[in-house]
Design a protein around this ligand. Structure first.
Ligand code: HEC
Length: 140
């Protein structure tokens, strides 16, 4: 229980989540993706802490759908607005693709009940959230 609280606090600080999911449901594709991701990742943290790997794959279903929309937009050369470093859009796409590759590994490990791999992937993903935000999210 204590670990869960610490993790929750850590996440809140690292991501400085200040915008509610409801507010994020506008036309901005990245924000839409992030709202889904945020939800799925919190479920993942709980699943790791409570040893419930079966909760993980379903949690990422919505993320996958939005990821496909992002891919379509990128392919169609539609503009995806980033709060910072728009000129590094290619880096964003690369990080996003890499991120989703790691999500795939997380979901696979969860389906196979490999908790050590699940745990490792959860850590990897957290690092990737922070890394991408460091470049592309607005500084406070
Ligand atoms: C490939 C880059 C990238 C990765 C990886 C990434 N994010 Fe984001 N995230 C962004 C960008 C860019 C924004 C700012 C979007 C905006 O304000 O338009 C953002 C914003 C957010 C927001 C605020 C949403 C809002 O409406 O302001 C949350 C919450 C969030 N991310 C959660 C996460 C979580 C949790 C992870 C990891 C599990 C993650 N993100 C991984 C790029 C990323």
């Amino acid at each position: 229980m204590r670990l869960r609280v610490i993790l929750a606090v850590l996440m809140a600080i690292t991501l400085s989540v200040s915008v509610s999911v409801a507010e994020a449901q506008d036309e901005n594709l990245v924000r839409k993706e992030m709202a889904a991701l945020d939800k799925a990742f919190k479920i993942t943290i709980d699943a790791v802490v409570l040893n419930q790997p079966e909760k993980i794959a379903p949690a990422f279903a919505e993320v996958q759908k939005i990821k496909e929309q992002v891919e379509q937009a990128v392919k169609g050369k539609k503009k995806i607005a980033l709060p910072r470093n728009q000129n590094k859009f290619k880096v964003f796409v690369k990080l996003d693709n890499r991120f989703h590759h790691e999500v795939g590994a997380l979901v696979l490990a969860a389906k196979k009940n490999r908790m050590r791999a699940v745990n490792r992937q959860a850590h990897n993903l957290l690092n990737m959230c922070v890394r991408c935000h460091d470049i592309f999210r607005k500084k406070a």
